[in-house]
Ligand binder design. Structure first.
Ligand code: PLP
Ligand code: COI
Length: 365
């Protein structure tokens, strides 16, 4: 079958999978994004033909002609989500339908082919099925799934490519930050911005991350874990971190997070946090927060906690924030009650230890 909402996948088992003993050693301390499973999914797309040649096969290099369009004009998008061992012994994913939708929103912004949501979801099921032994059982462990798509047409003209390759790889992971659930320190980028109005900030395209690396390097030079970007117009309002959204918790229990203006990524964790906080009776405002307000409210004590959230980072407290004008610390700079409470609630739903009233948990096995 080709081009429709459902594809038949050819399954080619890896003839040389990693041995059980070697896998166990690799899973003992996986880190983030360093180790990979035995297989990958690939699906091809051609204009006029649609999606075709869906296969699960041994994870392997992808040979490319030097004139392949992505190498020149960066038509590339990706997603990130996790599969977990659930409390009942099954395997689940968290809100994969939301990732499928965002993948298509990103594709639209980058003038790439749309992928039927069902094909995206089927591909996730396929890799989990074949690589299920790679899902870590450790408390903080999960199988990070990385679907991505790029322009494969061999052509140097600047226009949307007519051919694409969708690939799905999987990486067993522990905590994103090597310190585990410890507060992270942030550097407020002065020189660089991440995305301008009308730009690609809301799309999950590789180029956004390439553009963030100089700022991230600056953060590391200043002894910080992550960079936080300010808006590109006023250089004043907090946008997001290099790979996470941000929330502010005030002394009256209110949460504030920057609005989805098109220059930040609409995080699925962000959306989940808003839903959980509102269900718990909290007020959540999606409104701009300036760096001056962050400083003043932290100093006055009105701002109690700040946290970052995303698939990789889950919910991570923000400790010290460094700026050229000195440091900002909200509360005592450790994970506060609201941050850690929301984290626990989210993780319990993700791992099947708590009720899932929103239908977020998607059973795979
Ligand atoms: N912002 C950026 C730039 C990201 O890369 C991510 C991670 O995917 C997020 C926010 C959080 O998004 P999500 O919660 O969907 O993982
Ligand atoms: C994620 O949380 O999935 C991300 O994409 C963040 C980073 C690893 C790029």
């Amino acid at each position: 079958m080709s081009g429709g909402d459902k594809l038949d996948f050819e399954i080619h088992q890896n003839p040389q999978p990693v041995s059980a003993a070697e896998r166990a050693a690799m899973l003992a301390n996986p880190g983030f994004g360093r180790i990979f499973t035995d297989h990958m999914v690939t699906i091809r797309y051609a204009d006029g033909k649609g999606w075709y040649d869906a296969r699960v096969e041994a994870r392997a290099p992808i040979p490319m002609d030097p004139a392949t369009a992505v190498l020149h004009y960066a038509q590339e998008i990706f997603e990130g989500l996790k599969a977990y061992h659930a409390a009942d012994g099954g395997v689940t994913m968290f809100r994969p339908d939301a990732n499928a939708r965002r993948f298509n929103t990103s594709a639209e912004r980058m003038s790439m082919a749309q992928m039927p949501e069902q094909v995206f979801l089927d591909s996730l099921h396929r890799i989990i099925d074949v690589d299920r032994e790679w899902i870590p059982t450790a408390a903080e462990g999960s199988l990070y799934l990385r679907p991505f798509m790029f322009a494969t047409e061999v052509f140097l003209g600047v226009r949307p490519a007519l051919e694409y390759l969708y690939v799905l790889i999987a990486s067993p992971v522990g905590s994103y930050f090597s310190g585990g659930v410890q507060p992270v320190t942030l550097w407020v980028s002065q020189e660089y911005t991440r995305a301008a109005p009308g730009g690609t900030g809301a799309a999950k395209c590789g180029g956004n991350y390439a553009a963030s690396l100089a700022a991230q390097a600056e953060a590391i030079e200043h002894g910080c874990d992550q960079v936080v970007f300010l808006d590109a117009v006023h250089r004043k309002y907090v946008d997001e971190l290099g790979g996470m959204n941000v929330f502010f918790v005030y002394d009256d229990g209110t949460l504030v997070t920057p609005p989805l203006t098109g220059s930040i990524l609409p995080g699925i964790t962000r959306d989940s946090v808003i839903t959980l906080a509102r269900a718990a009776g909290r007020t959540v405002h999606e409104q701009p927060v300036s760096i001056d307000d962050w400083r003043a409210d932290a100093a006055s004590g009105r701002l109690r906690e700040v946290f970052a959230c995303g698939t990789a980072a889950v919910i991570t407290p923000i400790g010290v924030v460094r700026t050229p004008d000195g440091e900002i610390v909200a509360g005592d700079g450790s994970g506060g009650e609201v941050t850690m409470g929301l984290r626990q609630q989210l993780v319990d739903i993700q791992r099947g230890r708590a009720d899932d009233p929103y239908g977020w948990v998607h059973r795979v096995l």
